[in-house]
Ligand binder design. Structure first.
Ligand code: CA
Ligand code: MG
Length: 337
């Protein structure tokens, strides 16, 4: 399980309250065998953060956000968390006259740099994962996509400690292909964590049960995670429908896991399917003659490439059997293969 600091410790708890809750919660974890691989800070619910936390125009708010996060990091580490997520729920604007977007990023950078130093100074075994979202609850949030986060990470003092926590719903809100965002993060060595749920394009943040809305997107995501051997948490950041009672919430939680596992089996079936694999072999056919030239620049390779002649009309006329490939995938997902 994971938590925001204030899911466990109320924001106005006394130090005594805190210690009592920590003791009880530790006992509950022991009894149930649950673990806390990730923790995070709530920097969005309290009205103090109404105009941002790390990027607020008010230096007292920025300082309070840093203090709150240090305390929340201590709490997460105490429960064994090794990943610490940052979702800047109020880091953004409705009124662009209020702050210069470049200065806002400088403030965000300063805060993350401060906190990585804090982690190193305390000898914590903790990595950060930044979570992007395009909008809601602000009109526009800073660093709105996973790609924007990846570019930002490269500018941080301890970028080796910092990756991303892409959330399916957040990329779909922006109309983007989530699997592509995850693939970019993975390829950059930055897929530290993932938030799985579901979301219709162009809607408010829905946080639906994993795979409940767009099965095909969910399938390609699971297929990717399993193919590359992602070993992090399969973390469901989602909610049951508000129509549900307590048992319905359990149905929701089971459903997230069940759909993931079904799609994992479907991905395996995709790899075993002779027709699909034969088609893929045809699509990816490569005699290696040109890739040996184009793989890496050298003056010889450039000269050799310039000497090649290409039959442009034949390239344009070649068959690309994606209709068949996609229908085979659909057949497989619908259970008729
Ligand atoms: Ca969400
Ligand atoms: Mg999330």
């Amino acid at each position: 399980m994971n938590f925001h600091d204030n899911d466990v410790i109320p924001i106005d708890a006394t130090p005594n309250d805190r210690d009592k809750i920590v003791r009880e919660f530790k006992t509950a974890l022991k009894e149930t065998g649950l673990t806390v691989p990730m923790a995070t800070t709530n920097l969005f619910s309290d009205p103090a953060f109404k105009d941002g936390a790390f990027t607020s125009n008010n230096p007292r708010v920025r300082a309070y956000a840093l203090q709150k996060t240090m305390n929340a990091i201590d709490l997460g580490v105490e429960f064994g968390a090794s990943i610490y997520v940052f979702w800047g729920g109020r880091e953004g604007t409705e009124v662009d006259a209020s702050q210069n977007g470049a200065d806002s990023l400088k403030r965000f950078r300063e805060a993350i740099n401060f906190l990585t130093e804090y982690v190193l100074d305390n000898g914590y075994d903790l990595k950060f994962a930044l979570e992007a979202k395009p909008n809601e609850p602000r009109g526009d949030l800073f660093l709105p996509t996973t790609g924007a986060m990846l570019a930002f990470i490269a500018t941080l003092d301890h970028s080796e400690m910092i990756g991303v926590n892409p959330e399916l719903a957040h990329e779909h809100m922006a109309g983007l292909n989530f699997t592509h965002a995850v693939a970019q993060a993975w390829e950059a060595g930055k897929l530290f964590h993932i938030d799985l749920n579901d979301q219709a394009f162009g809607r408010y943040d829905q946080d639906l049960r994993f795979g409940s809305y767009n099965l095909k997107s969910a399938f390609f995501l699971v297929k990717f995670l399993e193919e590359v051997g992602y070993e992090g948490s399969r973390h469901f950041d989602a909610h049951a429908y508000r129509t549900e009672d307590y048992e319905g919430v359990k149905d929701f939680a089971r459903g997230c896991m069940r759909t993931y596992l079904i799609l994992k089996e479907k991905a395996e079936q995709f790899h075993q399917d002779k027709e699909i694999q034969a088609l893929l072999a045809e699509i990816h056919a490569d005699d290696g003659k040109l890739t040996s030239i184009t793989g890496k620049y050298s003056p010889q390779n450039a000269a050799s490439l310039k000497r090649q002649s290409f039959d442009r009309a034949a390239l344009g006329a070649r068959s690309v059997p994606y209709e068949r490939l996609d229908q085979l995938t659909v057949d497989l997902l619908l259970g008729v293969r």
